[in-house]
Design a protein around this ligand. Sequence first.
Ligand code: ADP
Ligand code: NA
Length: 330
Amino acid sequence: MARIFSGIQPTGIATLGNYLGALRNWVALQQGDDECVYCLVDLHAITTFQEPAALREQTRQMAALLLACGIDTERSILFHQSAVSAHARLAWIFNCVARMGWLKRMTQFKDKAGKHQEEVSTGLFTYPNLMAADIHAYHATRVPVGDDQLQHIELANDIAEKFNHDFGVAFFPRIEPLVLKESARVMSLRDGTKKMSKSDPSDMSRINMTDTADVIAQKIRKAKTDPEPLPEHVHDLDARPEARNLVGIYAAITGHKVSEVLHRFAGSGFGPFKEALAEALIAHIEPIGNRTREYLKDPTALDRILQEGARKAEAIAEPIVAEAERLVGF
Ligand code: ADP
Ligand code: NA
């Protein structure tokens, strides 16, 4: 049995990108033999300022959404990161293991900080060290991620290797990223070159997992496209990022290959294709939104679920991080 770790920031409502790139996979992984540890990463969330009351509320919302997607607390551990101090303690040790040059190469930091590298929090810069700690605190070896996170997994492996080397032990294992093939990355509905994100300022750029049927239909109708009909061959989508994204989403949500989708819609304009896409999305997402709203009616029960999850998480992480601290000389 291996252990799986994955996390999501409670900074807004999960999007279709989070769902197809991560959450759907999290649910499927519960059926396997591995132990699944799923974390609402509120320590990561505060690398950019979060309104305190909103952060607490969004943590509950994300818990409700994960339960609505099918995370089963009988099979998986579901908790929020700040409830288990082992994450922050191991992250500090990793801050002292990772090298400045390694972090400076992280493309996600460059994307997020943009021209403001001098003004962003130091936490945003060391974010990948905390992510490495999240995983290594559980000796997790399998990590489902979107392909945007692959560089962070490599860094987590570099940190583990240097820790093991510096302290002369084989303590932290290698991590294997698990990336979904079809539509691992969902792009913005307004710009096919940017990833769909819950932190994008434009709500029209994304499908939220709690959007109603009307809103989903409207967002797909207004999604950016080009004037050409859908092509016959997959490679003809290469220079058409918006078309490729919508076809990819349709393939992922219906469980078909991109080539099969094109076989059905080749020569068609976006009108009928978008109608079919909206219908498929609504059938999939609307029930998840409804279940999320049901869970949110009982915030006390959600808090209790997260606390129970935190106790189970702590039982695994505490002895591992205590041993790391001993190895360091504490
Ligand atoms: P966001 O960027 O929406 O704030 P997070 O950083 O919390 O999302 O990421 C949570 C998980 O969702 C990660 O595994 C990440 O790879 C995945 N993910 C986020 N956005 C997308 C996307 N547009 N397409 C595919 N996967 C995504
Ligand atoms: Na992100």
